[in-house]
Design a protein around this ligand. Structure first.
Ligand code: TYD
Length: 207
C-alpha cells in the first residue's frame, strides 16, 4: 500500500510552525493517524547536518556546500523515515522539502534550479510529494507581522532582499507545478489560514 506525502513551504515568518501545530491538533481531534517530520533534520544524522548548516559561525560555507548538505540531510530522512512509512501506507507530513532548496539555494543564492534538481535527483531519484502546501505571504508582510526580523540563525541574517528572491522562487515553483502546489493565502487570522489548509487537504482526498 502506498501512503500520502505532504510538504509545507513558505518564507520566514509566515506562521508555518503555528499552522503545523493547528493541523496536528485537528488530526488528533479527528483520530487521523499521521507522522510529522521536518527539514533539515528528522533523523539523528540529519539533525547533526542541520546543526552545521544553521550554525552562525559557519559564514565561510559556500552556496554549493550548503545545497549539498541540505540534499544529504534530505536523502537520509527519505531513506530512514519517509519512504518506509509511505510503503506501509502512512500519512507523512514534512515541514519543508526540496522546494525550499529550489527557492533558497536555487533562486535566492543563485545556484539555479537545474543545479538543485540535479544534485537532488542524483540523491533520491525524484521522490516528490503528493501535495505541497505553500503558505503565501510576502516577506514584507511577514516581517511586519513579526514586529521585526528574527535573526536567530545564519539563514535569517540574509536580509529582506534575499527573502524577496525566495518568495519569487516559490511563486515560480507554484506556477510551474499547479497540480502539486496548493497556494494558501496566509494573510488572514491563524484560524482562517488553518481552515484553508484543512479544506485543501480534504479537497485533494488526503484527509
Ligand atoms: P528553521 O528554523 O526550521 O526555519 P523555518 O521555521 O522557517 O522552517 O530553519 C530552516 C531554514 O533552512 C529556513 O531558513 C529555510 C532553510 N532551508 C533552505 O535554505 N534550504 C532547504 O533545502 C531547507 C530544507 C531549508
Amino acid at each position: 500500500m502506498k501512503g500520502k506525502f505532504i510538504t509545507f513551504e513558505g518564507c520566514e515568518g509566515v506562521g508555518k510552525s503555528r499552522q503545523i501545530q493547528l493541523l496536528e491538533e485537528y488530526l488528533i481531534k479527528n483520530g487521523i493517524k499521521y507522522y510529522f517530520t521536518r527539514e533539515p533534520g528528522g533523523t539523528e544524522i540529519s539533525e547533526q547536518i542541520r546543526a552545521i548548516i544553521l550554525d552562525g559561525k559557519n559564514l565561510a560555507m559556500t552556496n554549493e556546500c550548503e545545497a549539498l548538505l541540505y540534499a544529504a540531510a534530505r536523502v537520509q530522512l527519505i531513506k530512514e523515515e519517509i519512504e518506509p512509512r509511505l510503503n506501509r501506507g502512512e500519512l507523512v507530513f514534512c515541514d519543508r522539502y526540496v522546494d525550499s532548496s529550489l527557492a533558497y539555494q536555487g533562486k535566492a543564492r543563485g545556484l539555479g534550479y537545474d543545479f538543485i534538481k540535479a544534485i537532488n535527483s542524483y540523491a533520491f531519484n525524484g521522490f516528490m510529494p503528493d501535495l505541497t502546501i505553500f503558505l503565501n505571504l510576502s516577506p514584507e508582510e511577514a516581517f511586519k507581522r513579526k514586529g521585526g526580523a528574527d535573526i536567530a540563525d545564519r539563514v535569517e541574517l540574509s536580509g529582506i532582499e534575499f527573502h524577496r528572491k525566495v518568495y519569487e522562487g516559490y511563486l515560480e515553483l507554484a506556477r510551474e507545478n499547479p497540480n502539486r502546489f496548493s497556494v494558501i493565502d496566509a494573510s488572514g487570522t491563524k484560524e482562517q489560514t488553518s481552515g484553508k489548509i484543512i479544506a485543501a487537504l480534504k479537497e485533494k482526498g488526503i484527509i
